[in-house]
Structure formats: structure tokens, C-alpha cells
Ligand binder design. Sequence first.
Ligand code: AMP
Length: 510
Amino acid sequence: MLTKFDPTNLKACLSLLEDITSNANQIQDSVLEAILTRNAHTEYLRGFLNGQVDKQSFKNNLPIVTYEDYHSYIDRIANGEPFDLICDRPIIVLLASEKNCTSLLRNFTWVGQTQSMYCQLLCGLVERGNVSRLGAPFASTFLKVIKFLENHWSELCSNIRTGRVSDWITDANCVSGIGKFLEAPNPELASLIEQECSKTSWEAIVRRLWPNAKCIEAVVTGSMAQYIPMMEFYCGGLPLISTFYVSSECSVGLNLDPLSKPCDVSYTTIPSMAYFEFFEIKKYHQETGHDPVVVDLVDVKVGHDYEPVITTFSGLYRYRLGDVLRVTGFYNNAPQFRFVGRQKVVLSIDMDKTYEEDLLKAVANAKLLLEPHELMLIDFTSRVDSSSFPGHYVLYWELGCKVKDVKVEPDPEVMEECCFAVEECLDSVYRNGRRNDKNIGPLEIKVVRSGAFDELMSFFVSRGSSVSQFKTPRSLTNEEALKILEATVVSKFVSRKVPSWELHELHSSR
Ligand code: AMP
């Protein structure tokens, strides 16, 4: 469907981009036709289309689904049933994403990933002068690497000094890969790195260790935006570039203006990646049960919010991605979106419904109160505690100090103000529920010890997530994961004031 092109030829790539974005509608129709024709005989499509492959039959007969609707098919494929349940080609890998956490990649362990991360860092340090950009898929992953460096720099330096990699690196690919770079002892380089890493502050450490780096490639939009202050702190002002908007399910869009500020980043949809439909999000209407509107790629409207619904070559049909995107404009005829957040309600006790976007905003506001005290919010998650009446929101915060090796001791008054600042930012339904603690109790922040979120990640990785993909869930319901976090709590604070509330706010729709 796409003309062949040479991906190393910049001109050819740009001309292809112009072509597919200009002909977005035609490309989308031909993508859908190709997907349906190829997969018409699969068990899934036969059940709904009975051999018909036209767009109208697709629209009329195929339901819009979520992961739950697909669960049984994925399980059957994982259990070795023929692949043509959903797709005409062999399915050779199943990715466990934050959204589905399919426990299929159990043997791809954290141990292997640790060795790989260690060797990549070692290689990057040996080649420090030649590194022109650094990156990881997401800002959260990038910060995990910095943390890993913090814990391992002394050992890495010793490897560079002796020219020998540590004995615990046993993975054959890692050993042979690093052998190509770590060829001889280099005590000068080891001392130089040691000098930088042992300074009291790790401010601009990335820039200091990799002086020729021009930018950092890591997604810092959507829920990743909360990590921008930390990224800026460690990277010393290097441009942060969010290159793409992709998911395990399919790639959706590219940032065609890579140097734009994180808050201005829009992703241009690439119409050849999949067949895209968009579910218009009007939270108020959804809650009142009105029919949702689903439109085609080229029919979205600037300023409106949508959830992508994708149909892919690999066997997902009208599958809801769960993200919220806001249309900011068009590149030729392909819409551009700002990533807003995840669609799902993350916290709810009574009539209140707190969406990820609301929670992120409220926490971003509250954490400003930490700044004068040299504290940083490293990571957070939340849950509802309904073990007492009324139930209340609990946030787990891992704090870090801007000055290295200084103990984190948050002032109770500041933390109580943070609890209140979060509440003040939540919507009027929440704040009304808080009046006289009628339906919702005071919000609580539990500070967890340093490294708690690494333990949480290890737990999810042991269940199939990959380190590079891992994104901290903004709310937790998994009992085992909660137990891990509860065991790391070092102090607790609650809101001492009742947030303000005004009657007229209740009548305004979201
Ligand atoms: P996964 O399914 O684990 O591969 O994660 C994909 C999810 O990460 C997407 O559905 C989004 O929620 C999020 N994501 C991917 N790219 C971006 C981006 N550029 N900005 C914000 N969030 C993103």
C-alpha cells in the first residue's frame, strides 16, 4: 500500500511524510481494506463480518472493545492455539503493557535487564566523548537509569580503571558486547568520572558526564510531564525531546517539531500505521449515558478531546487505547494531538470521579510547596482507603533531596499543606464530599522510603512488564503491590483543612 522507500534517505522520508499526511483519508481507507482483506478468515472477524470486508459492514457490525473483551483471545494464543484467531500471520511476541499486564514474559527477567542496563552505561561512559544524545522511551525510565548510575558509578569506575567488567555480568551478549568497548584499563577516565559523581550535588550530572550530548530523547508529555523538573535538574538544561507517541498496541504519531517546549508538543498521526477512529470524550455525557460519537481520523475537530480506537494489522479491531488526546491542528490532512492523559477514573469514593489528568494537575500544584525546602517528588501513586468510614484518598510519595546524601525529613506542616493543596485542586464534587467529612475523609499523604518505587517496579517487572516500558500506575488496586508499598511507609500526613466549595461549580459540566 505504501510505495517502497529508503529509510536512510532523508529526502525520501520527508516526501513520504508529505504524501501520507496529504492523502490521510485515502491512506486510511486503504489501510482498513488491507487489514480486513488479510484477516477476513480469522475467527474474530468471521464472527462479526461473515466474510464481508467493506468499511460500512465494519462500522455497522464490529463492536468497539477494550482489553477485557480481548482477554480470552490473547490467553488462547498464549496457550498455543493457532494464531489465526485474530490475525493472519504468526504472532511471535506478546507485549505486557501497563494496561493489560499479560504475564507472558515471565522468563524475561529483571536480572537480564539489569545486566543490560549496566553494560549500556559502562559503554556510554567509556565512549563519553562520542555520545551526542541520550535517551530512554519515557522520562520515568530515564530517571531510573540515573538512579541506577547513582548506585553503580563506583563499580563502573572500577571496571573502567581495570579494563575488566564485573563478574556478575554473565549474559553472553552483554559480555561480548561490552568487550568491544572495554578493551584496556583507563585510570584517567575512571578518575574523571569519579570526580564528577562524588560531587555533593548531582545537578547537571548528565551534561558533566557527557559533555558533547546535544539533547535528551525521552517522552516528557502526558503523565511524564511530572518528571520534567527532575529531568532538567539532572540534564542541566539540555533540550528534552519527546519524539513519538507509541504504545504496545501500535505506533500512533510523531513529533514533527522536536525542539518545541514539552508543554507545546503535539504528535502528528501517521495514517499508514493503523486504521484510526476517535471516540469523542465528553465526560459529562458519558456519565449520563448519552451515546458516544465515533469519528474517522480526518473528521476530528480542533480543541476537542478524543480517545483513539485502533484497528491494526496485528489483530486488534476497534480497540480502545484508553488515552485522552486533544486536537491542536492538522499537518496537511493528518490531525495533530496533544497528549492529555489516561481516560480512566483513577480514584472514586462516593459521587466523586477523579481522572488521571485531574490527579496529575493536583499533585503538580502541591509539589510546588516542596521546592523551597530543596525537596523533589521522585514518584507517586494513589489509592482509595475505604477501610474506615468515610473513605479517603491516599497518595504515596517518594521524596528526594536536591542535595546528595542528605536525609529526607519533610516538615509536617509543609506536608499537611501539600495534602490540602491536592484537595483544593480536585473538582467540586470531591470538595463537596469533603464538607464536614460527610462522604469523603481528609486526604492522606504517606511518604515512602527512598527506592520504594523501584521495589514496586521490580514487582511489576517480575509479572511481565519491561523496565523500559514501565510507567508507575497512578492508582493501585493490586493487593500485593499495595503491601509492598505499605511496608515502605516512613511517615503519614493528613489534610487539616476543608477545601473550599461553591454551589455554582456543581452545575458546570467538565
Ligand atoms: P505501553 O502500552 O506500556 O507500551 O504504553 C503505551 C502508553 O504510554 C500509551 O498508551 C500512552 O498512555 C503512554 N504514552 C506513549 N507515548 C506517549 C507520549 N508521547 N506522551 C505521553 N504518554 C505516552
